[in-house]
Design a protein around this ligand. Sequence first.
Ligand SMILES: [Zn+2]
Length: 155
Amino acid sequence: MIEPPEIYSRIYSRHGHRCPMSTLGGRLGLAAMRWLGESSGELQAVYSIRTCALDGIAEVTGCSEENGSLIAKSDGRHALILKSPKASVEVELTAEALEMAGQYRSLCNRLEVGGDELEADEQKKRRAEMDAMLDELLPQFWQAEDQLLVQKVSE
Ligand SMILES: [Zn+2]
């Protein structure tokens, strides 16, 4: 396994596993904070779909569902609204980002067939295949330019 940058290590330990969507949640949160600029006071976040991205957003923005500062809706859009007392910004994942994450999802769907019924060796082999894909995919998400992964939704 490739060692992730510190911020993503924190996301994965909060989230419990490495995956594309928690990583992309981190990218969305970081981009939104940058666009929001220097802000004092409480942040409020609304994310339009319940995915692994919520943990990434929570880790980088400090908002959390537990205290009500992060709200998950089910509008089916991968869009994040981040508000400070003075400003607000809306960002969403690009088609490219979703397509890259989708490749991992389809590999998992294919490899998870059979699940617990499989021999231990076969399960181990499949796990290794998924890990190899994450090792290739996640560094691209850590390093990509914002504009490849995140777009600002016009107000
Ligand atoms: Zn996940």
